[in-house]
Each structure stands twice: as structure tokens, then as C-alpha cells.
Design a protein around this ligand. Structure first.
Ligand code: SAH
Length: 459
């Protein structure tokens, strides 16, 4: 039997460390004899006293006990529930600092995981006003001491923190959230009790079309009926400017998924509209749609620039969702072929293409790693391939097909720098060169990093 190696730290002991880095979750990293401790709320450059709360073989977690040398980039978080809520991770870092940290994270991960040495990673494109950007809010409703509460889940839990305001969401979301809370209490509409799977009202979902000013309110219940629906609609109509649609959604399952399968429009339209650049989108209660419309335009413009289209190209948009990037590209390409696994999203994509009068797009529901190889086998060619996969990155079969199809350019949109780096390595080994990477801050105040990369086929 091998003896267990002693760790350089012990649980419940305190240490003084200098923070060297920030993890993708926004935790500071400090080392004791080379052993990394992840310390929430500590910032790079700071010297802190930390108490070890958990250890594993290769790393541990510490609590920030005392900040001995605070960073110049540290700011007072403006949100009063910041330290309790799980929504934001970086409000204690200046916005400038957040943008720099995100750029550095991308650089580091490209080098560490992707073994990419001299790739240009541009400074993160940030927002002029990095607040009130979220166009969609999903607010859980609960009960506390007999009162209806609504707000957000605490970090890593389903305990609801009651809030009246969230400063990263649109103002109208606050208004709706507070109104529904008040009216639910008045009419005795019982909030859902997750532990016992009892009660009625589970979530209020608010969606806002920034360019149209249109508001959709979705009331999610466990029960088939929503008591006092008419009265609720009346108050919302009376008090919410821009109200366009009120939808009742039924979710009777024991699940973390917010929306159920059944929708019933209580008042107004089934959809609201929004535009990104010159392209218009219809958004229904269940449609996937980017949550920061201002930065989405920045991101898509970059993707379009990297695609370098002149009107003659066949373009594939893999993981196309409701066709947002596809339609952006279709403005400049000969034809765009979108692929996406969710059938409803493909229906939305087709409808959105029609809404904008595009005749040079086709959309197919299926796995990107199956549909695109099949297209290749049929002899179809692509001049440019755009991918925008979920966090786990592209499937190997898709990467192999890209290498076999040899498009002149690949544009990789990514919400996870680690899998981006892994996939860029594979494409590099197969004959592509990563020209540049542009981080775009889609989620200010949070630790999420979005990037777009341009790759070209080496000749
Ligand atoms: N490009 C879109 C959506 C990106 S999100 C936009 O910018 O709005 C990633 C999308 O990939 C999701 O819509 C998800 O449903 C889809 N997806 C996940 N795995 C997939 C797969 N294996 N093949 C095709 N689509 C997939």
C-alpha cells in the first residue's frame, strides 16, 4: 500500500497567499508550495489571508478571510445581494479589469490547452454600459414566512433570494417581477414548493425586444389552471408599458427545466419581435435567443467579418439555433445551410428567414456531426464553415469532416475557451491556421467568456 502523500495545506488552517490568476468561475488562485487554492472573491495581485475549507489531491478551496493588499481593480459591487446571489461572479472587479481578465483567460487557455503560441487575442470588446443588458429573466417564485417571494437562486442552491431589482436585467423585468409577486399574494396564488412538488406558480419569465420595446410575460405553473388569470392579465396590461404577449406555460414535471411543453397565450400575440442589425426575429416563449442583444450584434458582425464573404460563397452554419448567425451571413453569401439539433429552433429559423425575405437559406434539423458528413458524402462543398457549439465544443466527427471538406475559412464562435482551444489544436494539426481570436463580452459582471476565432486553410 502506498502511503497517502501529505498535502502542503490542511483543512481549517489559515495561510497567506498572493493571487496569481482568476479561474473561469471567477475565483482567485493562490498557491501554497505549488498547491493551488481557489478562493472566491479574491483578485489577481492581491495578498490575502485564506482559510482552507476543502482539499482534494491536486487543489483546494479557501475562504477569503482578510484582504491584506487589495487590488487597484477592486470595486464595491453595486448590487446589494451580490455576495448571496449566484447570478454574477465579477461585480467586485472593475469593468476594465473584467475585460482584461477575460482576454488573459483566453490567451492562457489557448497556450495551455491548444498549444497555440503566437495567436493574436484581441482586447475583449466590452459594453459602453455593462448593466441592464439581459433581455430575458427567469424568476423563480417561492414562499418565505407566509409571504410570496421572487428573485434568484443563491449560489449552488435552489434557495430563492427575494429581490426587487436585478441590475443586469432590463428595468421592465423588475417591474413585472414585483407586480406578479404582489398580485400573487393578493389573489392567494400559491407559489410552487419544489421539495413537495405542490403549489401553483413556479416561474415568471420576462422577455424583451430591445429594438421593438415589446414585452412578453410567461407565467409558469405546475397546475393546468392559473387562477385569476384574467385579473393578472388586466394588471399587467394596465401597468407594463410595451406589453405584447402574456403566455401561460404548464410544467407539471419534477425538473430543473423551467418551461413545460404546453403553452397557451392568455392575451396578445404568441411572439415578440426584435432585430439584430438589419435582421428581424420572432421570439416565442420557448425560442432560444441570445440574451445580450447589443453584444450579439458585435459578435455576429465579427463573425461576418471573419467569414470574408463576397456573395459567391456556400456557407455552412453548424449549431445554428434559430438561424441568427445564418441570416446575418445570408446578407453576404450565395447560400447558407444551417444545421441544428432542436427541431423547433429549425422551424423558427425557417420562419425568420421568410420574415426577412431571404431565399438563399436552407435549414436542417439533426446532429451537426451527422448531417454535415452526409452532405460531404453527397459531394456538397462549402467555402466557409461557421460553428457555434455548446460548451462541450465540436464533435470529433464534425472536425474530421471540416478537415475533409477543406473550406477556405472556418469561423469558430465559442462560449467555452477550453473546448475552443482543444478544437483549434485539432484544426491546426489538420491544416488550418488560427489567424486571430476576438473575445466579446456577452455577459458583463459574470465570468462567462465568449470568443470568435478565424481560421484559414494553409496553402
Ligand atoms: N448559433 C446560435 C445558437 C448557438 S447555441 C445563436 O447564435 O443563436 C448552440 C446550439 O447548438 C443550440 O441551439 C443547441 O441546441 C445546438 N446543438 C447542441 N448540440 C448539437 C449538435 N450535436 N448538433 C447540432 N446542434 C446542436
Amino acid at each position: 500500500m502506498t502511503k497517502k502523500q501529505a498535502l502542503p495545506v490542511q483543512k481549517n488552517e489559515e495561510y497567506i497567499v498572493t493571487i496569481e490568476d482568476l479561474t473561469h468561475e471567477g475565483h482567485g488562485v493562490g498557491k501554497v508550495d505549488g498547491y493551488p487554492l481557489f478562493i472566491p472573491l479574491a483578485l489577481p495581485g492581491e495578498k490575502v489571508k485564506t482559510k482552507v475549507v476543502k482539499t482534494t489531491k491536486n487543489f483546494g478551496f479557501g475562504r477569503l478571510m482578510e484582504n491584506l493588499e487589495p487590488s487597484e481593480d477592486r470595486v464595491e459591487p453595486p448590487c446589494p445581494v451580490y455576495y448571496k446571489c449566484g447570478g454574477c461572479q465579477l461585480q467586485h472587479l472593475s469593468y476594465e479589469g473584467q475585460l482584461k481578465a477575460k482576454q488573459k483567460q483566453v490567451e492562457d487557455v489557448l497556450e495551455r490547452i491548444g498549444k497555440l503560441k503566437n495567436v493574436t487575442v484581441h482586447p475583449t470588446l466590452g459594453m459602453e454600459d455593462p448593466w441592464r443588458y439581459r433581455n430575458k429573466s427567469q424568476v423563480p417564485v417561492g414562499i418565505e414566512n407566509g409571504r410570496v417571494i421572487a428573485g434568484f437562486y443563491a449560489q449552488r442552491s435552489h434557495d430563492i433570494i427575494d429581490v426587487n431589482e436585478c441590475i443586469i436585467q432590463e428595468q421592465v423585468s423588475d417591474q413585472v417581477m414585483n407586480l406578479v409577486k404582489k398580485e400573487a399574494e393578493k389573489f392567494g396564488i400559491t407559489p410552487y414548493d419544489e421539495a413537495r412538488h405542490k403549489g401553483i406558480l413556479r416561474h415568471v419569465v420576462i422577455r424583451y425586444g430591445r429594438t421593438s420595446g415589446e414585452v412578453m410575460v410567461v407565467l409558469v405553473t405546475r397546475t393546468k389552471n392559473l387562477p385569476h388569470a384574467d385579473e393578472l392579465v388586466e394588471v399587467l396590461r394596465d401597468q407594463i408599458e410595451g406589453l405584447t404577449s402574456v403566455v401561460h406555460n404548464i410544467n407539471d414535471q419534477k425538473t430543473n427545466v423551467i418551461l413545460g411543453n404546453k403553452n397557451r397565450t392568455l392575451w396578445g400575440r404568441d411572439v415578440i419581435y426584435d432585430s439584430i442589425g438589419d435582421v428581424r426575429f420572432a421570439i416565442s416563449a420557448r425560442s432560444f435567443y441570445q440574451i445580450n442583444p447589443i453584444q450579439t450584434e458585435v459578435l455576429y458582425k465579427k463573425a461576418l467579418e471573419y467569414a470574408q464573404l463576397n456573395g459567391d460563397e456556400s456557407v455552412i452554419d453548424a449549431y445554428c439555433g434559430i438561424g441568427t448567425i445564418s441570416l446575418f451571413l445570408a446578407q453576404k453569401a450565395k447560400h447558407v445551410f444551417g444545421v441544428e439539433i432542436v427541431e423547433q429552433a429549425i422551424e423558427d429559423a425557417k420562419a425568420n428567414a421568410e420574415l426577412n425575405g431571404f431565399t438563399n437559406t436552407s435549414f436542417k434539423a439533426g446532429l451537426a456531426e451527422e448531417v454535415i458528413p452526409a452532405w460531404h458524402d453527397e459531394g456538397n462543398k462549402a467555402d466557409v464553415i461557421v460553428v457555434d457549439p455548446p460548451r462541450k465544443g465540436c464533435d470529433q466527427a464534425l472536425l474530421d469532416t471540416i478537415l475533409a471538406m477543406q473550406p477556405k475559412r472556418v469561423v469558430y464562435v465559442s462560449c467555452n475557451p477550453a473546448t475552443l482551444a482543444r478544437d483549434l489544436r485539432i484544426l491546426e494539426d489538420g491544416g488550418y491556421e488560427t489567424k486571430e481570436v476576438q473575445p466579446v463580452d456577452m455577459f458583463p459582471q459574470t465570468s462567462h467568456v465568449e470568443c470568435v476565432a478565424q481560421l484559414v486553410l494553409k496553402v
